[in-house]
Design a protein around this ligand. Structure first.
Ligand code: ADP
Ligand code: MG
Length: 244
């Protein structure tokens, strides 16, 4: 029986006059890929940041496996990994250092440098399809590889909830396939994957359920997390995706 990993209830987040999330309700379950879709500015990235402790809601509750996080560090400790829409890497640091950035205390204290390198290089090979120099500076890598560094960094800690905010937007077909394979593995291990995408074809292929964010016409309010049949803003709809 699947259990909720992330539960948002009536979450509101404003930026001055802009209502980015206007009472969002969403539940993600263990072992599912949950797609978040919606137009530009409908609050998808704000949702991702609220779940990962980067933004604190004005009101409402965010529960992560029954607990709440008030910082990105706490959220990560609870098992949240967020791959942000902006490719956030430390350009002047090595690939290896980027991969383990902020992972202290999440990997168990027993891993030495060789073990860390072995884990990182196996994962990078699996994701990229080729080997890269882990000692090389991230700033010297092409954008698509830097994107993989952010994805690998999120995966290295074996997250219970992985959030991918438009992470496949810059990836080619083969890369997207490798990412999807990894997502299925995570899902089989009982993780939840929240995937923000505006590619409907992607949603149909990979998602078990979807929540659609829509702006109300004539209203600045966004981010209500509506069911995509538009019947009940509290219910996530079941999408007719093929299960893998
Ligand atoms: P999406 O990811 O769906 O495109 P966002 O969550 O990024 O949407 O943004 C939702 C709304 O909140 C937009 O109107 C955006 O301009 C606004 N917004 C997001 N982040 C900020 C911020 N840091 N400061 C001011 N406004 C913001
Ligand atoms: Mg966004």
């Amino acid at each position: 029986m699947s259990y909720p990993t992330v539960e948002l209830s009536s979450v509101r987040k404003t930026f001055g006059p802009t209502v980015a999330l206007g009472g969002c309700n969403l539940t993600a379950y263990a072992g599912e890929v949950h797609a978040i879709i919606g137009g530009n500015g409908s609050g998808k990235s704000t949702l991702a940041k609220v779940i990962s402790g980067v933004l604190i809601p004005d009101s409402g509750q965010v529960s992560i496996l029954g607990k709440s996080a008030t910082s990105p560090h706490e959220a990560r400790q609870l098992g949240i990994s967020n791959v942000f829409q902006e490719v956030l890497v430390a350009d002047e640091c090595s690939v290896l250092d980027n991969l383990y950035l902020g992972a202290d205390g999440l990997l168990g204290s027993s891993m030495n440098r060789e073990e860390k390198e072995a884990k990182a290089s196996a994962l990078m090979r699996e994701l990229l399809g080729f080997d890269i120099n882990l000692s090389g500076l991230v700033g010297e890598l092409p954008l698509s590889v830097r994107q993989w560094v952010t994805i690998a960094r999120a995966l290295l800690t074996d997250p219970k909830v992985l959030i991918l905010d438009e992470s496949s937007a810059a990836l080619d077909f083969d890369s997207t396939e490798r990412l999807f394979r990894k997502m299925r593995q995570l899902k089989q291990r009982g993780a939840s994957i929240l995937i923000v995408t505006h590619r409907i074809a992607e949603l149909v292929r990979i998602a078990d359920r979807a929540t659609v964010f829509a702006r109300r016409r004539g209203c600045r309010q966004a981010g209500e997390g509506r069911d995509y049949r538009g019947q009940d803003s509290r219910t996530d709809c079941r999408c007719r995706a093929q299960r893998h």
